[in-house]
Write a protein that binds this ligand. Sequence first.
Ligand code: NI
Length: 252
Amino acid sequence: MIDSHAHYDDEAFDEDREELLSSVFENGIRKVINVGASMESCKTTLALSESYEQIYAAIGVHPSDTGQLTESDMEWLKEKSSFSKVVAIGEIGLDYYWDEPDRDIQKKWFRRQLELAKEVKLPVIIHSREAAADTIDILKEYAGDLTGVIHCYSYTKESAREFLDMGYSFGIGGVLTFKNAKKLKEAVAYIPMDKLLLETDCPYLAPDPYRGKRNSSVYIPHVVAVMAQLKGISEEEVIRITSENTERLFHI
Ligand code: NI
């Protein structure tokens, strides 16, 4: 299995990071993409990717952290994006669940980082929460120039159609196992198998029966089981196809 979206640099792992990562790699996880969300976590993400052969890095700034961004930060990201372990720009996007920063600021830096991805020819990892329409509109401005994944997909199958038409893939994690995830299950049933990736977003969003606890890649089989059921294929097929999808998208 490949975890296409994790935050192992998070302080939630400070006490046992090394031990936990050993058990992750002993339990069938072959590769992990660790995703930066702030300038600080881009640095810790790069450090992790240098320490572990199986860990790749995505660098970018989450919409909630765009308030203080500057052009020199963009220069720094551009420089680091040429490192061989950096495989994507992300996570970037829009988050209207929170009022801060202002939507115009979020949009400005979303576009700026999409520009960066286009310039350095890397795929993007998109964070989009309660902002489907604006996310689709902005991504349409770059349609044909960018590829990537809508991480922790949370919208309808109708919105999925729009992202599919632009060539995007979908990151699916613990939420798929929740009893109230009817809309997501419909979307996953609808999305073609070659556009689905497995992810954790750990330490967040642990699947049932660990909901609310600290998440890690070792729980991914709980997501695989539900996906296999929804798609009417074996768990082995889910693992094989999602792994191929992730390797193809990020060239890892
Ligand atoms: Ni994340």
